[in-house]
Design a protein around this ligand. Structure first.
Ligand SMILES: *Cc1c(COP(=O)(O)O)cnc(C)c1O
Ligand code: SF4
Length: 453
């Protein structure tokens, strides 16, 4: 892949109209007509199964259409043939060729998606907090100090990423509306849980919301009774997928004022920017958005998964981290991706992930070494692959918890037998003949307790 070829189209008139394309109006994307018929056909077929949504900014500013077939941003947003099993692809292709009615197409799509199973059993039920025995919808409390909140209106995105495991929610019911009781539950819970210092608002992308909706979610934080919630994090890809949100959208200024109010009230406000490639940081509008967000006193931290064909290259990461530091952003996490519908397409073995991380990390200065990884967000916690070593003639992975379901696990190192093909914690066996990893029994216990409520 030629990463040097990055001819950016000059942004003559910053397009501030949010125009979006999905599987129904895909043909209106002019650039697509210059692609080989075969590729266009394949996109059409796969877009019936995997969620597809892309906006004008991504099309005009981020994708290098002269090299589309290998362009990382193209592969990140446009569905590809190999993202489906060959048999699934052929079935959908055949059905479409027969000009089947939309109901049949939908039924087959649902069936194929079910086979991709992006939500491993347990994950969703395990971390749901309760208030007076009642489970709280749209929240997760897994780690002691941090509560995750998924506002019902923020469960879509400005464009969809082809690797994303949250796609199940995009293709479901989109009629969800703002519910005041949702915020009531969140804040009633936070008031009782003084150990929670961080609120992480995530999605989809919460930045698809209008500022006035975001305000109703966030203003209650200013109340004295929530003094212990020091940090507000907002997980978003808007910084690069729709930077206009912070610059030219009608309520962009109101948004900046909201951030400013939170900062002035003493909160640490951080955007958790989802980034996959340094190319995303090149657009003029993104740079303006960065300046404007930072002028409010909010920080921007960056995280993203390692993905084959997109960023499976130490040079891509080192350049991205360096660029982040230069622009005043803080590198935070490199993730190993597992829960993706198109898993096989993007999968990178842990041994390779470590190599990419280490090589990139070695070539950047200390200011970019705030990034931790490669990290697996697994059921027992966030587990970092730290190294490969040989001890007593056994080749092993050195791993450690960055976050543990039990906080005492955090920072605990442990060993697994080296396996060059392993792509996830589940694939690993304890080293040195041990029966179990040190956390396994307790983890099973904790899981049973939580499920029992
Ligand atoms: C990553 C994560 C957090 C935040 O962890 P930090 O290490 O504080 O960034 C919180 N909850 C869940 C479920 C997470 O996966
Ligand atoms: S949730 Fe994030 S990673 Fe997933 S599609 Fe939306 S922007 Fe992409």
């Amino acid at each position: 892949m030629n990463y040097a070829a990055t001819a950016r189209r000059p942004e003559l008139v910053p397009s501030s109209k949010f125009k979006v394309y999905n599987e129904k109006n895909l043909d209106q994307i002019d650039y697509l007509h210059n692609l080989p018929d075969e590729l266009r056909h394949e996109i059409n077929v796969v877009a019936k199964v995997l969620p597809f949504r892309v906006n004008q900014h991504v099309i005009d500013q981020l994708i290098d259409w002269d090299n589309a077939a290998t362009d990382p941003i193209f592969l990140l947003t446009f569905p590809q043939r190999d993202m489906l099993e060959p048999t699934a692809f052929k079935r959908m292709e055949k059905l479409l060729a027969a000009a089947a009615d939309p109901k049949a197409v939908h039924a087959l799509a649902v069936k194929i998606r079910a086979g991709l199973n992006p939500h491993p059993a347990g994950q969703m039920e395990l971390n749901v907090p309760r208030l007076d025995q009642e489970p709280l919808r749209g929240m997760q409390h897994k780690y002691h100090e941090t509560v995750l909140f998924f506002p019902s209106q923020g469960q879509v995105c400005h464009s969809y990423c082809t690797f994303c495991f949250r796609w199940a929610q995009f293709v479901g019911d989109k009629s969800m509306r703002f519910s005041a009781s949702e915020t009531d539950g969140l804040y009633a819970y936070l008031k009782r849980h003084k150990e929670v210092t961080d609120l992480l608002v995530t999605g989809g992308d919460p930045m698809v919301m209008k500022t006035r909706h975001l305000s109703s979610y966030l203003e209650p934080l200013l109340d004295h009774s929530l003094h212990h919630v020091q940090t507000l994090r907002i997980g978003s890809k808007a910084l690069t997928y729709w930077p206009h949100r912070f610059v030219t959208d009608d309520d962009a200024d109101d948004l900046l004022r909201l951030l400013e109010r939170l900062v002035k009230a003493g909160k640490h406000v951080a955007f958790m920017a989802h980034l996959n490639h340094w190319r995303e940081l090149e657009s003029y509008m993104t740079r303006r958005a960065i300046q404007r967000i930072r002028s409010t006193g909010a920080e921007i931290r960056c995280q993203g998964p390692l993905l084959d064909k997109i960023n499976n290259d130490p040079l891509v990461w080192s350049r991205m981290w360096r660029e982040q530091v230069r622009l005043g952003l803080i590198p935070y996490y490199m993730f190993v991706e597992r829960d993706t519908g198109a898993r096989r397409y993007f999968e990178v073995p842990l041994a390779r992930a470590l190599e990419v991380y280490q090589q990139a990390y070695r070539s950047v200065s200390g200011l970019a070494r705030t990034v931790r990884g490669p990290s697996m967000s697994a059921s027992p916690g966030k587990v970092q692959v730290q190294g490969v070593m040989e001890i007593n003639n056994e080749k092993v992975f050195l791993l450690r918890f960055l976050q543990g379901r039990n906080e005492n696990w955090t920072q605990q190192p442990f060993f697994a037998r080296f396996d060059e093909h392993a792509t996830w914690l589940d694939d690993l066996e304890p080293a040195f003949g041990a029966e179990q990893f040190f956390f396994e029994e307790e983890h099973q216990q904790l899981s049973r307790q939580r499920l029992a409520g």
